[in-house]
Design a protein around this ligand. Structure first.
Ligand code: CA
Length: 178
């Protein structure tokens, strides 16, 4: 999971696309654009734990310094285009467990608000599962398709192994309601 990115954009002569990434660290900006890119920097479909996209300055009573709350994004010139990003979401507070790699031990499941991931045993690097805006409270984890890998049920669709296709090439399908 990326922590923060600072980019000197004047060296770029192609559009920069930053998309579908979760940022859980709020002590500084997740993305800072320095200079003006020749074409543009496009920040789309990301998820930020920050409370707002851009820095907020909150006035305080007389004599006190304003409170500065870092935003997810910053730029010192122009060219930053942000769309369809989520703010105020820290999916690290919404983790749960199920065995996604079939080794018999529970793994940690993460739904960032844009993508699903698992960490084998809860202590290995995050492995991408699927692109979905469904968050933890909107899905059910369980063993629905008969193999030993945990599946994700969302809106009546079973995502085998939490992916859009399992190891046997089986695509997501409607759950059978009995
Ligand atoms: Ca496992």
């Amino acid at each position: 999971m990326p922590r923060a990115t600072s980019l000197q954009s004047t060296q770029l002569f192609y559009p920069l696309d930053w998309e579908k990434s979760p940022f859980f660290y709020t002590e500084e900006h997740a993305f800072k654009l320095r200079g003006t890119p020749a074409i543009g920097a496009y920040v789309t479909d990301n998820v930020f734990a920050h409370s707002a996209l851009f820095t907020t300055v909150v006035p305080q009573p007389a004599g006190a310094s304003p409170q500065v709350i870092p935003g997810a994004l910053a730029q010192n010139e122009s060219g930053l285009h942000a769309s369809n990003n989520l703010v105020g979401v820290n999916a690290m507070n919404e983790l749960s467990s199920c065995d996604f790699d079939g080794d018999g031990f529970p793994d940690t499941f993460l739904a960032t608000g844009q993508t699903w991931w698992y960490s084998s045993g809860g202590d290995k690097p995050w492995v991408y599962l699927n692109t979905s805006k469904k968050r933890r409270v909107e899905v059910t984890l369980g063993f629905f398709d008969g193999d030993n890998r945990c599946d994700v049920l969302a809106d009546g669709i079973i995502y085998p192994g939490g992916t859009s296709r399992n190891s046997l090439g089986i695509r997501p399908r409607l759950a059978v309601v009995s």
